[in-house]
Design a protein around this ligand. Structure first.
Ligand code: ADP
Length: 614
């Protein structure tokens, strides 16, 4: 599939038509020097030809002018099937690529405060390309998305959570497309599943970041809320004591713009070396004895090695350390400096192999560790355009699947609770008593009531168990497996309403006790949905499906999930507390349940189940 990949930087546009499987590039467009109010005119080049001027100084105008020329330059027979837009910041909202609609555009706009230079350019590119190529799907691929799997302890900075929440101060991480791509290439090289590997990916280009990719998911990364944190970069400082900045602001009278310039544009390799940000020049001068350049190299390598050690500790081991980006792929000296003292991880450098490394599209992976090494050292050619094109094409292909595999299912954890008949309500709470609604539940018409009862089992009692309303024609007590052990009664796993041949239990209320003959169950996990939802997911009432919970620290696939369809339902999966805890889910619906992606989809395992109606 041919995909047009568009990457609008703050003052440039890079676009390419890429074959999504092979990564082969059919045509390229480069526009530079886009800067409103700048006297110098913008220049564009198609397929690397001599640059020519562009009669526009901003992204939209430049794309309107240049895109038709790029498309004209395509060979006959190359047909565009989608457009992939690289978007720098997806905030908390985007953890995967998405088709761009008005709502997605608006969210990207709302995220501008998090990426003030990049998201506006990305958005301008999206809008211009959509108006020129309106009849093919446009997909946003986010630099931050791959890192949404970071556990909260890695995302959080140690500041009061109210402040973090209000100002969205958390670790987002960047370069996600590259980290994901090279991790995938390494897995291909090992002929292994990326879900079986612990990898440290080092993207060392102009911007630099590391990621700890544990079993296919990013669990730590060195860039933070912004791309300024972490490693030494071309012109960015990476880690610095925030106290130093406070001093500059307070004692030296600097303002935010001055600090911004210092840390983003005057620091890093350029600042340390004094000769610019190009590692080739710095290496050359260092070899000629330039002290500042030597220092720049040492600080750069030390920082990377420090992070590698930290990430090995975070994952408890490493199968491979991967070097990518202009420096990681091309600088044997830097790979040597960084990896020469990693033997304690089981990574032993083979200097001859390191010097011979040459990676590119044809030969994307080269190992430079000595055999045998417990931990491999790899150089991998990153290809973000190819990464974006393949993410876009798989999303487009999934769209043609009969089932809706992308849609997420909100999850609710049901704590133990009871449903009562009016007669039992009166036994427990007094004659003529009616349940008092305390708060509505997500399923229309259902509510948690003020009333609570005590469950009296042979072994122990459980107090303060909520009664749900409205009253029903049968009593039903829903508990989790842990409660069964505590009470000393075995409860069968049943669908709601299916209480024949279930054990009874005694309930105690403020006005009396009720000994139920039956009704104690462990609820069958289930999903409520409307007929429209069922159609979209390709399932029927009574089907049993599997649902995977993704993106947390304890991914889990639940089998034996019953589908319950009614026009009165709202889409929601219900689990009990034991199940929720097993998957590390929050108690409320804030956790999102994802149907098993792609190959697994929502898998129908059995069909038709005679579930008794509620
Ligand atoms: P970007 O992050 O802008 O995509 P790149 O990944 O192209 O940047 O990396 C640019 C960096 O790679 C520059 O510092 C450049 O000096 C460095 N680089 C490229 N080739 C070599 C090389 N042969 N030896 C050392 N450094 C190199």
């Amino acid at each position: 599939m041919h995909i047009l990949v568009i990457n609008c930087g703050s003052s440039s546009i890079k676009a390419a038509v890429v074959q999504s499987q092979s990564g082969e590039v059919a045509a390229t467009l480069d526009v530079e020097r886009l800067a409103p109010n700048d006297a110098a005119e913008a220049l564009m080049s198609i397929n690397g030809a001599e640059p020519s001027s562009v009669p526009a100084d901003e992204h939209a105008g430049a794309l309107e002018f240049a895109l038709p020329k790029l498309i004209d330059a395509l060979d006959d027979g190359v047909e565009l099937q989608g457009v992939g837009h690289r978007v720098v910041h997806g905030g908390r909202r985007f953890d995967r690529p998405v088709f761009i609609n008005d709502e997605v555009e608006q969210t990207i706009e709302e995220l501008i405060p998090l990426a003030p230079l990049h998201n506006p350019a990305n958005l301008a590119g999206i809008r211009a390309a959509k108006s020129l190529l309106g009849d093919i799907p446009h997909v946003a691929v986010f630099d931050t998305a791959f890192h949404r799997t970071l556990p909260n302890r890695a995302k959080a900075y140690a500041i009061p959570p109210e402040v973090a929440e209000e100002h969205q101060i958390e670790r987002f991480g960047f370069h996600g497309v590259s980290h994901q791509y090279v991790a995938g290439k390494a897995a291909e090289y090992f002929r292994a599943d990326v879900r079986d590997l612990r990898l440290i990916t080092c993207h060392l280009g102009n911007g630099c970041s590391l990621a700890a990719v544990e079993y296919g998911r990013s669990i730590e990364t060195s860039m933070g809320m912004t791309p300024l944190e972490g490693l030494v970069m071309g012109t960015r400082s990476g880690d610095i004591d925030p106290g130093a900045i406070i001093n500059l602001l307070r004692q030296e009278g600097w303002d935010a713009d001055r600090v911004d310039d210092l840390l983003n544009r005057e620091s890093g390799l350029a600042g340390l070396s004094g000769v610019g940000n190009d590692m080739r020049d710095i290496e050359q001068r260092a070899s000629e004895g330039d002290e500042r350049c030597r220092m720049a190299i040492q600080v750069f390598a030390h920082r990377v090695r420090k992070y590698i050690g930290a990430y090995a500790a975070v994952m408890g081991g490493v199968d491979a350390v991967i070097f990518t980006g202009g420096i990681g792929q091309n600088s044997a000296l830097m790979r040597h400096r960084i990896s020469q003292r990693l033997e304690f991880l089981g990574a032993r450098l083979d200097e001859d192999k390191n010097r011979a490394v040459s990676v590119g599209r044809q030969n994307p992976v080269a190992s430079f560790s000595a055999e045998p090494s417990r931990c491999h050292l790899l150089a991998v050619a990153t290809d973000e355009q190819h990464g974006i094109a393949s993410q876009v094409s798989s999303l487009i292909m999934k769209r043609h699947c009969p089932t809706d595999t992308e849609r997420t299912i909100p999850i609710a954890i049901s704590a133990r609770h009871v449903h009562l008949t009016q007669e039992t309500v009166e036994q427990l709470f007094g004659e003529g008593h009616e349940l008092t609604p305390y708060k509505p539940l997500s399923q229309p018409g259902q509510f948690a009531s003020e009333e609570m009862v005590t469950l009296v089992g042979p072994k122990a009692e459980i107090e303060r168990v909520r009664v749900l309303g409205p009253t029903r024609s049968n009593n039903q007590v829903e508990i989790a497996r842990t409660d069964e052990f505590k009470l000393g009664i075995d409860a069968p796993v049943r669908g709601s309403g299916d209480v024949e041949n279930t054990p009874g239990i005694t309930l105690r209320g403020p006005e009396g006790e009720a000994s139920l003959e039956k009704g104690l169950i462990c609820a069958l996990r289930h999903i409520h949905m409307t007929p429209e939802d069922a159609k979209a997911f390709g399932v029927n009432d009574g089907d049993f499906v599997e649902v995977a919970v993704r993106g947390g620290e304890r991914d889990l696939t639940f089998g034996d999930v019953l589908i319950r369809v009614s026009p009165n339902y709202k889409l929601e999966m219900h689990l009990d507390t034991d199940e929720g805890n097993a998957a590390h889910l929050g108690r409320s619906a804030e956790g999102v349940l994802v149907s098993t992606e792609g190959e697994a989809a929502i898998q129908r395992r059995r069909t038709r189940f005679d579930s008794a109606a509620e």
